[in-house]
Ligand binder design. Structure first.
Ligand code: ZN
Length: 351
């Protein structure tokens, strides 16, 4: 039986990396790891290091330093790069909006989208294009610096999310009703690219790949839309990634958690709206569950005591890896992240 309460944890204390990788293999551990791998750089961290997103994306050393501060400053037990979901689409020629402030997360500038996938070409030698070389080199540096102790995670976007950027989200939603075949063509377009990028991350030292399929959310596509337009491609992608995979989809994933597990992902990252108890129940023996501390109401606007209450609640449901439900807002106070970390560590008497 998987761990369900404090009393059922194995007694031996493990290194953070071993603990995390054991959980992905559904093996018993002393306590759940506590991580923040989708993005966990905070304004406080950036100010104390004097490294902001834009600097980090230009310099692999800076990217690695900012990423490793999640471990050194906050105590989160994994490090991950990059910090946003725009690296892939930039390689396909979309414009990136860097925001007005140094602490703004890069996003995709408004783009009306392509009507058809014809004419969109996967760039040659794409591993050398845009910010990809910076991300890959940062992974190498992180592996060298902290990789013996802490798992290094490489993040890519999911195939549907890449398609939704290229076609435009609003248009792809309309297409999903009127021209579903076209959605499939858009989604297939970037599949080989994503596989190769993920495997390059593993070759350069990543211990696992996080597939963030933000736009495949039930809130946007509906449960049947996920099954029809996104899940088959998540499955194709995950099958070809040569390492452990964590699949993240935003929004209430209760209705699709079984389908997410069926993709073959080793771990499913769930939102705070997802029924965690149900997710733990249906994933038993098939995948680990990661999540699901609310990133806005609790981690940004809550007090440490609110974080402690919610973290304890998540632990009680039997979640395997405690983590924010999604990307951490840069405005999250460090003290709140530390409260989440400490609540989990207190389980095994680490003060
Ligand atoms: Zn999310």
């Amino acid at each position: 039986m998987r761990k369900k309460s404090e009393s059922s944890f194995a007694k031996t204390e493990l290194k953070e990396k071993d603990r995390f990788l054991r959980v992905l293999k559904l093996k018993k551990v002393d306590r759940p790891p506590v991580v923040g791998i989708i993005q966990s750089a905070t304004v406080e961290m950036m100010e104390s290091l004097d490294i902001y997103y834009r600097d980090a994306y230009r310099d692999p050393e800076k990217m690695a330093t900012l990423a490793s501060a999640s471990w050194t400053e906050l105590g989160l037990e994994a490090v991950g790069v990059p910090f946003c979901q725009t690296v892939e689409v930039e390689v396909f020629g979309l414009e990136i909006y860097w925001g007005r402030k140094k602490t703004d997360i890069p996003t995709v500038a408004s783009f009306k989208g392509c009507m058809t996938p014809e004419g969109i070409e996967v760039p040659e030698n794409f591993l050398e294009k845009g910010r990809i070389p910076v991300v890959l080199e940062a992974i190498e540096i992180l592996k060298e610096r902290v990789g013996d102790e802490i798992p290094v995670i490489g993040q890519i976007i999911g195939p549907f999310s890449l398609a939704a950027h290229l076609a435009n989200m609003e248009k792809i939603l309309k297409m999903s009703v009127k021209k579903p075949k076209l959605v499939e063509e858009f989604t297939m377009l970037g599949l080989d690219f994503l596989v190769e990028y993920a495997n390059a991350m593993l070759e350069r030292g990543a211990d696992a790949i996080l597939v963030a399929n933000m736009f495949a959310s039930v809130d946007l596509l509906g449960a049947s839309g996920y099954v029809r337009h996104a899940q088959p491609f998540d499955k194709k992608l995950i099958r070809r990634i040569k390492g452990p995979v964590i699949l993240h989809i935003c929004g209430d994933g209760t209705k699709i958690v079984r389908d997410m597990i069926d993709t073959g992902a080793d771990c499913i990252s769930i939102d705070s709206k997802t029924d965690a108890r149900y997710a733990v129940e249906v994933s038993r023996g098939k995948a680990a569950i990661m999540g699901n501390i609310d990133t806005i109401y609790t981690l940004v606007f809550g007090k440490p005591r609110d974080v402690i209450v919610e973290t304890k609640k998540a632990l009680e449901t039997g979640i395997d890896i405690i983590a924010p439900e999604c990307s951490l807002s840069p405005n999250t106070p460090n003290v709140n992240v530390k409260a989440m970390v400490q609540t989990v560590k207190n389980l095994s008497g680490e003060w």
